[in-house]
Design a protein around this ligand. Sequence first.
Ligand code: GDG
Length: 765
Amino acid sequence: MSTPEANEAAGTVGTLVVVSNRLPVDRVTGDDGVVTWRPSPGGLVTAMEPVVRDLGCVWVGWPGNVDEELAPFNVDSMELRPVSLDAQDFTEYYEGFSNDTIWPLYHDVISAPAYHREWWDRYVAVNRKFALAAAEAAEPGATVWVHDYQLQLVPAMLREARPDLIIGFFLHIPFPAAGLFSQLPWRRKVLEGMLGADVIGFQRVVDAANFRASVRRYVGAPSSGNVILLPERDGSEKRRVLAQDFPISIDANAFQTLAQSAKVRKRAREIRRELGNPKRIMLGVDRLDYTKGIRHRLKAFAEILRDGEVAASDITLVQVASPSRERVEAYRQLRDEIEITVSRINGDHGTIAHSPVMYLHQGVPREEMAALYLAADVLVVTSLRDGMNLVAKEYLACRSDEQGVLVLSEFTGAADELRRALLVNPHDIDGLKAAMLQALRMPPREQRQRMKALRKVVFRNDVARWSESFLRAVEAQAAQWRTNAAETDPALMVNDPVFLSPGLDSALLRLSAEQSILVACDFDGTLAPIVPRPDDARISPRAERALAALNEAPGVHVALISGRSIESLSATGVQLDEWIVAGSHGAELVGLPDAQLVTGAPSAEERGRLARLTEVLQGLVALTPGARLELKPYGCAVHVRQVSDSVVGDRLLAEAAAAVADMGEDASQIQSRTGKRVLEFSVRRASKGEVLGIIRAELPDATVLFVGDDDTDEEALQSLRPGDVGVRVGDAPTVAEYRVADPEAVAALLSRLVNVRTGHVIGSD
Ligand code: GDG
């Protein structure tokens, strides 16, 4: 059971209740007839297991056999509450409406969805059964986390039965575009069912956006950023629902540890040997499902062999296809087609000693999976549509040797994060063949570079972070609901003392719905109010909290781009560890996701020039009381803010400029920049615009918000592209489209972005 401490850490009240179609366990009957339960395979279970292991929970679900009434029982830290389904429930609710209506419809109608009214009726009835079981299991005020497409009506039913509960709903599969969703005869009822939740989580930004668009169209509820405002209906209160992406992940450390164990490593070597030591092993692991693109993969593989690009004797494609939904017609047909294709490939290209495709229509134990991941030179994921695809992430987590190549369909949720994989459109068989060949021939060095970057993503966004951010969002949303904040229009939701112009506010709303966002801010005068002594500058606490919340949000990166050196930024006490930080106007750069680009120390030539520059300026500055020379890794800055007579200060700046211009050959290599009461010289050419370009090259899909107050920020503002949002602080001339008055307004702006992106409120200090 959950401990109060653990629940408090997750922000939940009482014991967490998880509701999913299947209980996360399979029955095992021993030779002696004794029944035990073991965790079952599958995406949802793999993802939730580590969460539940740490927190404990009550789990409501179907145990897997029809017509069976079971009393609640415990497995490890879970109290399992079985929901019983009869044969007709199974046929109509599970195989029918869930897997033959919703599943194909939500996966872009790869297979035609069937619409039957009796299936729908049964879906409603079974959803009610689950809702009642959850209502019975939940303590007062508890958090209930409902999962997936089989239970879309449960949130509203549960809210009706137990208005005291806090409800989260997570959809593991894609949510289709409004044009497709509109086919569903019960579309409004399904939307209203999901809207019973306080937070609705999706895998991708586009899924959440599709959902909000359908809600707008069929429920008539507008949204502001990620927040949907439900109208009053039948005397019910106005409510706000957060519909946002929370990309799921895996317990990366657990997979890594498993793959590093001596037993699994030995087994990986054995697998290679048992396959006859082929030069290359390619692996596919999927539930046998038409969404996974297994046919496309086999077709491309067969053509590679046919074309003689790879000798059949040099390669084995291991295809694990775990049995799934075997009574649904589309799945039966698929199995037949795949098995015919596999035999054909082996018949055409195999020998007595070697079959190029090793096909396993069976579930394999987790250890064996890890060994397969380790043995595989290439993992191929060719889904035609996939909510996330955990297999891709598991492969990466296992490869601590930094070898192996991931070929990944761009139609998976995972492709949004795993940009350094070889991304493919599986419908384009020539493109897929080319990517497979590139993967098979990739030099170890490039494998390492890509694998390193990809593993960083998986380890950073692991499943603990996923569940934590989801549960935190549910809690935050419910807290506001309880304090009646729901009475307020979302556009005015944060009762902020600072007023943002309507134009800027809509730009933030638009930005908040982008897939990937880079929030880049200058420091002094933007995040930190200008103070007489630069050493005393401090980031405004509200801005810092807002940036931390943005950095935590999926798909958002935070960068600080300052004229200060990184050392001097650190000395102000701002926490830089988690952010991308460009110091000295971009001459220094750390924290990029790829971690390749960290600027090196100054060269000998730069050091010599810097010494000469410092000497010239020190002499001048010493003569003017109040003036200060700031030493930086790549230059120095003459500050005159504290020179009491501004004429004297200006004169010093002019003299400094003239003295540097007189430095002979060095002069042409020194870059100067004018700031607010400061003149800065640098021996390495850099600019905020250039460094913003370097950062965004690493985050090619990101839409940028840049905020700065200084003339040096104009270079960055000038480099913005259509769709980006540029904000200048203060009233100096600017190319930026928007303005705010001061750092307090910047903090309000960032808080607004947090609010519309995540639903969290960052109050004013
Ligand atoms: C749904 C969404 C989303 C599979 N065969 C065996 C086995 N597995 C494990 C894999 C992986 C999981 O099952 C499959 O997860 P996927 O994400 O690849 O796909 P779905 O089952 O379709 O899952 C999907 C997911 O939910 C989570 O939200 O990513 O998009 O469709 O963990 O390792 N595990 C073992 N033996 C097998 O034979 N031990």
